[in-house]
Design a protein. Structure first.
Length: 334
């Protein structure tokens, strides 16, 4: 048997697929029928991601808050029960019950797919050459309740791969319809390095901060990120700092990748984003012990910001076109 494997397990009645790197003692678990949710990531028995108390409680609460959920076909908040694309207004129907609302503003939040049961595993394989990987597919266009909220025919495919001490998350979106469509999604990983939260350090690989309203909706204006969070582009000690904001103009290496990280006493978790992720949302509350570094393909409320002329760029796919992106989680010191 090789070093890498994919093991299918039953967890609380759900099929869970675990990507295993035996040599590094890494174990990443995915539950396809709960939003293709990455529910745990362990290195040498220690958690990289905040795990759920139980799968049943996570699904019942419908509040995200654990693991690595997907936010699609919109990431984070929309400022009302509607959005615009190409000059047309599209309505969100709360009675369909397939999106969450921000508890304070009431705005729709985190997309439609985080708890969807209809993901299908299309490939699960492992080898020493390729690592351990699993691909799941959501054929969005098949389901009227999804198309009623976002009437753009597409297929969403996610591949997780564990290799070389890194967890890669690759996303592929294919426009299978006859008209162009907007693309906006993100991921919401909850990281828990070791040691006291006040002593954790954070590095933000960005130059600009999205100025937001009291409801955390970007105004379209930017300011230097150091003005918002002094010291963050170096090494910022969290202390009692509360963070819930988005950053952009990412600092990139020669391969176009941006390197964020959070570190504890001995453990460090790096989040590396490719060029398709133009915004990262940082979330570090005071009442819970975790830090989120969330890759997004555009700012929060991107559809409406573009319609209002507050941003210039929005990812758009023509008929038959495909959008691809990747980001990596790299834990060290575990």
């Amino acid at each position: 048997m090789g070093n890498f494997s994919v093991k299918k397990r039953t967890v609380e009645g759900h099929a869970a697929y675990h990507l295993i790197d035996a040599h590094r003692r890494m174990d990443f678990g995915v539950v396809p029928d709960i939003g293709n949710w990455g529910y745990q990531f362990k290195v040498k028995g220690k958690d990289v991601l905040l795990r759920p108390e139980s799968l049943e409680k996570y699904f019942k609460d419908h509040g995200l808050g654990r693991g690595n959920p997907l936010m699609a076909p919109f990431a984070n908040r929309i400022d009302g029960d509607h959005y615009y694309f190409d000059g047309k207004k599209y309505l969100l129907n709360g009675e369909l019950g397939n999106f969450l609302r921000d508890p304070e503003s009431g705005y729709p939040i985190h997309g439609l797919l985080a708890y969807d049961k209809r993901w299908e595993v299309t490939k699960a394989q492992a080898s020493d050459a390729t690592g351990a990987g699993i691909t799941s597919r959501m054929e969005f266009y098949k389901y009227p309740d999804l198309m009623a909220q976002f009437p753009f025919a597409h297929a969403h495919e996610v591949t997780y791969r564990l290799k070389s001490g890194k967890l890669e998350c690759s996303t592929k979106i294919t426009n299978v319809g006859g008209s162009k469509m907007p693309v906006h999604f993100g991921y919401h990983p909850y990281f828990i390095p070791d040691g006291p939260r006040e002593e954790w350090t954070l590095h933000v690989a960005a130059q600009s901060h999205w100025i937001v309203t009291p409801s955390l909706i970007p105004t379209g204006e930017l300011e230097p990120v150091e003005r918002y969070l002094h010291g963050c582009t170096g090494v910022l000690t969290l202390g009692r700092t509360y963070i819930d904001q988005g950053v952009t103009d990412l600092d990139r290496d020669k391969d176009g990748r941006a390197h964020f990280w959070v570190a504890g006493k001995t453990q460090k978790i790096e989040v590396i984003m490719d060029r398709q992720f133009s915004t990262a949302v940082l979330f570090a509350p005071l009442d819970m012990k975790f830090v989120c570094i969330e890759p997004q393909t555009g700012p929060t409320n991107a559809f409406n910001l573009k319609h209002e002329g507050k941003i210039q760029k929005l990812n758009i796919l023509g008929p038959g076109e495909t959008f691809r992106s990747s980001y990596w989680i790299v834990p060290t010191g575990f």
